[in-house]
Ligand binder design. Structure first.
Ligand SMILES: [Zn+2]
Length: 175
């Protein structure tokens, strides 16, 4: 069974209970031949630093509600990575950034369980340094923002392994 699709049994094309694993990431209907590929979902995050402090957000909703994450989210259809990140920052923090200010840093992968489906994600991280903390207004998926010294990010409160991995990589190469 493809990772994340353990609850899927009925074929969405013919309705028969004949959906079966076709590969590690696809399913096929034995009755009508319908195929579904559970492709990777792309997510983008911002690593915003001001004077050695790193911006983290408290997640307002499941999964990992109340834990620390980076601002960002999933890429929508017909968006590039920068457009997706700029949209998410506007939605979550009322922060307006120019795509030219963002510099790509590194990527990773994650498992994101939402409504009984596990999405396998590819996560792209962009970096930005500002001279002072911008005014932010939390909305959407963000309950609050916190600034932590890069060397003292509370590891036990991080939402996902990929967040901890990004903090470690940032400590090694802060810019
Ligand atoms: Zn079918």
């Amino acid at each position: 069974m493809p990772q994340g699709l353990t609850g899927f049994r009925f074929c969405p094309a013919c309705g028969a209970q004949t959906l079966m694993a076709d590969s590690s990431k696809s399913m096929r209907c034995r009755a009508c031949g319908f195929r579904y590929f559970h492709n990777v979902a792309v997510a983008v995050s911002l690593l915003l630093q001001v004077g050695g402090d790193l911006l983290l957000t408290r997640r307002a909703h499941a999964p990992a509600q109340g834990l620390l994450d980076f601002p960002g989210g999933f890429v929508d259809p017909d968006e590039n990575l920068e457009q997706a990140l700029i949209r998410e920052l506007r939605e979550e923090l009322d922060l307006d950034l120019d795509a030219g200010a963002l510099s790509y840093r590194f990527s990773g992968y994650n498992r994101y369980l939402f409504a009984d489906v596990t999405y396998l994600t590819a996560d792209a991280f962009f970096g930005l340094e500002l001279p002072e903390r911008p005014a932010l207004r939390c909305a959407d998926d963000v309950a609050a923002v916190e600034w932590h010294p890069l060397a003292a990010v509370p590891r036990a409160e991080l939402a996902f392994p990929i967040v901890a991995e990004a903090v470690l990589r940032l400590r090694e190469f802060p810019r």
